[in-house]
Design a protein around this ligand. Structure first.
Ligand code: PLP
Length: 391
């Protein structure tokens, strides 16, 4: 390795470490719906999984996965456009379209891949992309890759968005895109999709909603938060969270699907999802309408913890979902709290910049349907205890 690169890597890592921002991998082993075995063989109640409904290890998902692997093999062996378009992919897309009541669905390999390659399929340097300030990294990367002019509107601030859209009328753009999430991944608050649709219509802009964290959890039978609204041009959902599987999709018009098949690099130039993954997505989809009880428990667990935190004067950043941040501010303090909780049997991730804004370091608590009330009470007790000593 040349000296320049070595120095660059060393100093970047050093800065991360010095600022308490260094990220490291840690391994865990799943134990049951709500807990894992951590590195030292210790049982930890898991408060950071996105498997909100607790179906990632459901026998129906594993069974369908195994069946599809036996019948179709462990790989799709190429892009869908070459020889990777196995019948099970098309069948699943039809089932998804029926479930979401849209004309068409297109499966993509990951939410990250979807978001980084959909916008570049449309927008170019003559376009304008308006993103919510708290949009996921993948959405921002997609906007950057498209080469479009980018503006960020203040988080969930639609008068700011309106203002930016008004100003944009002075210039000629070939396309305008408004981008938001439905449930924000780090704050757990929600956008107003009706309002976003109205603004898009008013200014002749296109709407792109990432529904990753609402899918399976909100909306009738877990159809997400876009369901029931006017269909945005792009509605992205992912299967790696409440669906307990892996992958992503776009729900859209048939023509939009045809366009993406022809112009979306992440679809064209990547090996299609393997049969085993398609099997577990299909099984999860079939389970979705039967998970009302899990959704109700998830909602009541979440509401309970949010209320406890608010009563104890914690900043939960407007959370209105199962994603509940506890904003601490400083990186070091946040890490200390996360470690303290781990020592007491709770796995809760510390999220620091650049994932969140400077001074926005936080615990990010993910509630699951499988958490027992006593798990949540114990977690709350330990967070409060730590606060008394350390803040
Ligand atoms: C998790 C997430 C993604 C990425 O999806 P993957 O399928 O995990 O790559 C995209 N957008 C949002 C808002 C997410 O939370």
């Amino acid at each position: 390795m040349n000296k320049n690169l070595r120095n660059f890597i060393e100093s970047s890592l050093h800065t991360r470490e010095k600022d308490f921002k260094l990220r490291t991998l840690r391994s865990v082993h799943p134990l049951d719906e709500a807990s894992v075995i951590g590195v030292e063989g210790k049982k930890l109640i898991n408060f950071c999984s996105n498997d909100y409904l607790g179906i990632a290890r459901h026998p129906k998902l594993a069974g369908r996965s195994q069946k599809y692997i036996s019948e179709w093999g462990s790989s799709s062996s190429s892009s869908r456009l070459i020889t990777g378009n196995q019948e099970i992919a098309e069948k699943l897309e039809q089932k998804l379209a029926d479930f979401f009541e849209v004309e068409a669905c297109l499966i993509l390999n990951t939410g990250y891949q979807a978001n980084t390659s959909i916008l570049p399929a449309f927008a170019d340097r003559n376009s304008l992309v308006l993103l919510d300030k708290k949009c996921h990294n993948s959405l921002i990367s997609g906007a950057v890759l498209s080469g479009a002019e980018r503006l960020r509107f203040r988080h969930n601030d639609y008068s700011h968005l309106d203002h930016l859209l008004q100003k944009s009328e002075k210039k000629k753009y070939n396309q305008k895109w408004i981008i938001s999430e439905s449930v924000f991944s780090m704050d757990g608050d929600r956008s107003d999709i009706t309002k976003l649709s109205e603004l898009a219509a008013e200014y002749d802009a296109n709407l792109y909603i990432d529904d990753a964290h609402a899918l399976g959890v909100f909306g009738e039978a877990g159809r997400g938060l876009v369901y029931g609204n006017a269909l945005p041009e792009i509605w992205v959902g992912t299967f790696g969270k409440a669906f307990g599987s892996f992958g992503a999709f776009v729900a859209c018009s048939s023509q939009m699907k045809q366009y993406l098949i022809n112009f979306c690099g992440g679809f064209i130039y990547s090996t299609a999802l393997p049969p085993g993954v398609l099997g577990s997505i299909e099984a999860a989809l079939e389970l979705m309408p039967t998970l009302e009880e899990e959704r109700a428990r998830l909602a009541s667990n979440s509401e309970y913890l949010r209320n406890c935190l608010l009563e104890n004067d914690f900043d939960i950043a407007g959370s209105a979902s199962h994603i509940i941040p506890v904003v601490i501010g400083e990186e070091q303090k946040t890490l200390e709290l996360s470690l303290y909780l781990e020592n007491h049997g709770f796995l809760v991730s510390a999220i620091r910049p650049p994932t969140v804004e400077p001074k926005g370091s936080r615990l990010r608590i993910s509630i699951q349907a499988g958490h027992k009330r006593e798990h949540i009470e114990a977690l709350m007790e330990h967070i409060s205890k730590w606060k008394k000593i350390n803040l």
